[in-house]
Every structure is written in structure tokens, then in C-alpha cells.
Design a protein around this ligand. Structure first.
Ligand code: CA
Length: 236
């Protein structure tokens, strides 16, 4: 399997510090699964993995992933069956990995409710770009810039400006702000934030979310994130 593993962007070298969103990768080929998970972590995602269809379905329905990377040919339950069952419950964005030149697969995937597909072997940069796109689309956000009053997030560069002036957020602060911005108007619980910022290999549990929110408010203004007492946080 050819995978073009490009170096991660500057500032994204420490996976623990840059986890942006939580992704599930379902792939039965051990080497591809490992390299995909590694590359996605280097790109800043929290990554869970499954090497069989039934395990993938269990995780995809149990946890609230931001996206699923789903291979078609899988043991126990294939990618189509997994997707069909997943769609009975959830609209999690799904990027299918199909065999080369299997155009019927693509049509079937899109009909079944896949959000996009990629033909093996694929370029890793393209996979990352498509993942970002389906995550943005699923959040109803087609553009890469998100405007929150006088604060602007550039989701491609992962940078923030306030009144046009660059503000430096830590990777974790940025991840929290972007997640809230993509779920604008919704109250997001601390538990949900933890679930999206830490993956199953991460056993960090602390009140860090509160500390980061405090710091974000100091940098961007107290009103950028509202606290809903006993419920969580909200970006209006
Ligand atoms: Ca496979």
C-alpha cells in the first residue's frame, strides 16, 4: 500500500497537545491501519481504531466521532453493511476507502450514505483534506473561516484573529474553541469536549478544559464562550 506520509504541519508535532477532533479508522490491514492512525495523530486528531467491521460498528455507534475512515473490505461485517447500520442511528461523516477503479463501489457508497470516498492507494494529504471537508460540511460550515463576532477562526491554518489582529492560542485552546464554534448555538458538555479531545489511548483526566476556557477568554474576550451552569459551554 502506498501512503505518502508528509511531515505534519509546523506546530502539529506533539499529538497530545494538538488533538483537534476524534476520528475512528476501520481497516483490517495492520500496516495500513497503523500508518493511518499514526499519520492522523501527527495531523492533530485523536484516533481510535478497529480492524473488523463488527468492532468498527460497535465503536461508531457507542462513541460520538467527528468522522469515520471506513475500508470497504472488512472481516465479519463489510464497509457497506457497517455504513448501512450506522446510518440507521447516526449521521457521523464517513470517508470510504474503496479499491482502485471500483466506480460501482463509489456510487454504492454515496447511495448508502458515505460522505466521500477515496480510492486506494491514496495520498495522505488528500485524505486529510477530504476529512477536514466532510467534518466542516457536517457541521454546516462549508467555508474554512468561522466568524464569531470580532473573532475569526481559520480552520485550515488553525489560527485566530481578533479585530484582524493575530492572537496566539495553544493547540488545546484552539481545539476547544473550534469545536464549540463548529457546534455554535449548542451547549457542549465538558464530557463531550473530553471525548473529542482525548482518544482511547489517552488517560489524561483533569479539569484542563476549564483552565483552557479561562485562558481563551483572557485572550479573546470574556463573552466569546458562555458558561451554562451545570451544563457546559456554548458559543453564540
Ligand atoms: Ca480491507
Amino acid at each position: 500500500m502506498l501512503i505518502d506520509v508528509s511531515p505534519p504541519p509546523a506546530g502539529a508535532r506533539n499529538p497530545a497537545a494538538t488533538a483537534l477532533m476524534r476520528i475512528l479508522v476501520v481497516e483490517d490491514e495492520p500496516r495500513l491501519l497503523r500508518s493511518l492512525a499514526k499519520a492522523l495523530r501527527e495531523a492533530g486528531y485523536a484516533v481510535d481504531t478497529a480492524d473488523a467491521g463488527d468492532e468498527g460498528l460497535h465503536k461508531a455507534t457507542t462513541y460520538d466521532y467527528d468522522a469515520v475512515v471506513l475500508d470497504v473490505m472488512l472481516p465479519n461485517l463489510d464497509g457497506w453493511q457497517l455504513l448501512e447500520k450506522l446510518r440507521e442511528e447516526k449521521q457521523t461523516p464517513v470517508l470510504m476507502l474503496t479499491a482502485r477503479d471500483a466506480s460501482r463501489d463509489r456510487v454504492r457508497g454515496l447511495d448508502t450514505g458515505a460522505d466521500d470516498y477515496l480510492t486506494k492507494p491514496f495520498d495522505l494529504d488528500e485524505l486529510l483534506a477530504r476529512l477536514r471537508a466532510i467534518i466542516r460540511r457536517s457541521a454546516g460550515q462549508a467555508k474554512s473561516a468561522i466568524q464569531l463576532g470580532n473573532v475569526t477562526l481559520d480552520t485550515r491554518a488553525r489560527s485566530v484573529t481578533r479585530d484582524g489582529e493575530a492572537v496566539t492560542l495553544t493547540a488545546r485552546e484552539y481545539a476547544i474553541l473550534e469545536y464549540l464554534a463548529l457546534h455554535r448555538g449548542e451547549v457542549v458538555s465538558r464530557t463531550t469536549l473530553y471525548e473529542h479531545l482525548f482518544d482511547e489511548t489517552d488517560d489524561t483526566l483533569s479539569n484542563l478544559v476549564d483552565v483552557h476556557v479561562f485562558s481563551i477568554r483572557k485572550k479573546l474576550g470574556a463573552d466569546v464562550i458562555a458558561t451554562r451552569r451545570g451544563q457546559g459551554y456554548c458559543v453564540e
